[in-house]
Write a protein that binds this ligand. Structure first.
Ligand SMILES: CC(C)(COP(=O)(O)OP(=O)(O)OC[C@H]1O[C@@H](n2cnc3c(N)ncnc32)[C@H](O)[C@@H]1OP(=O)(O)O)[C@@H](O)C(=O)NCCC(=O)NCCS
Length: 243
């Protein structure tokens, strides 16, 4: 029998954490520091540093090493991974919210998006550009009051699947479909791109702060347990006491 897979989710409130960016920078690699310095806007720089440092801290805790000792490798389309350890992770951020998923059992992709509310027409324009035919149809059938939530439910589920595979937009967005109903559990409906994924991967919606949607895609055939932890301030993250 396959063993159950455990996934830890860390939800970060960036409003607080950005203030710690200069204190956290020490644990970034030289190339990460260079990348941080290339951001034009301070807000993007501090977000990158805080998220990358916390990611390092979470991985380091799990491997029992220091955060500066974590060595990232990168896939063709930029997905960071660990070359020497069977530990899987992914990170996403949107406005003030970020989330990190970590699992020793299965590859994963995570997405969080702030729900914006443009007009119905604009949602349909964007859906036609990014969603599959089945998703566009399901979205246009949704009642108007659910349209924004449905759009972002679909978007985060698709993006999580995209991020699981790490191929960015070279994985065609119209070659797989998820459900769009924001009130139903996330589901991969079809994957013309990789039909086997229907039996070997799973999608889940994740809890968020109000005004956000989040989803995770996990390469799992076994049952999955998702553990949700929330970091609202760096004080609640003992690993960084030495900073
Ligand atoms: C990285 C990518 C996969 C997502 O970008 P995004 O939505 O701006 O960013 P998120 O905040 O969700 O994730 C960024 C993080 O994912 C990780 N990441 C980077 N490249 C990745 C990839 N190819 N696959 C998975 N994860 C990746 C990194 O940790 C990155 O954090 P960093 O920028 O601090 O290094 C982007 O390359 C992409 O292809 N976006 C497509 C967006 C789109 O059109 N989606 C349509 C959905 S319907």
């Amino acid at each position: 029998m396959t063993s159950p897979i455990s996934v830890d989710i860390w939800r970060l409130s960036l409003g607080d954490l950005r203030n710690y960016a200069s204190a956290l920078r020490w644990c970034l690699s030289e190339s990460e520091k260079k990348r941080a310095d290339r951001f034009v806007f301070e807000r993007d720089r501090t977000r990158f540093i805080a998220c990358r440092a916390i990611l390092r801290g979470i991985i380091a805790q799990s491997l029992n090493i220091g955060p500066a000792d974590v060595v990232f490798a990168y896939g063709n389309k930029g997905k960071p991974f660990l070359e020497r350890h069977a530990l899987f992770f992914n990170l996403s951020h949107s406005n003030n919210e970020a989330c990190i998923a970590l699992s020793a059992g299965a590859a994963l992709g995570i997405d969080v998006e702030q729900i914006r509310s443009p007009t119905r027409n604009r949602w349909m324009d964007l859906a036609q550009r990014f969603f599959s035919v089945a998703e566009v149809q399901a979205l246009s059938d949704m009642p108007e009051r659910l349209q924004s939530d449905a759009f972002f439910a679909c978007w985060t589920r698709k993006e999580a699947y995209l991020k699981l595979h790490g191929l960015g937009l070279s994985l065609p967005l119209d070659q797989f479909s998820v459900n769009v109903d924001p009130d139903s559990p996330a589901e991969l409906h079809s994957s013309e791109w990789c039909p086997d994924d229907l039996s070997r991967s799973a999608l889940y919606d994740l809890p968020t702060s109000p005004g956000y949607r989040s989803a995770i895609a996990i390469a799992a055939t076994a049952s999955v347990t998702i553990n949700d932890a929330c970091i609202s301030g760096i004080e609640s993250f003992p690993f960084f006491e030495r900073v």
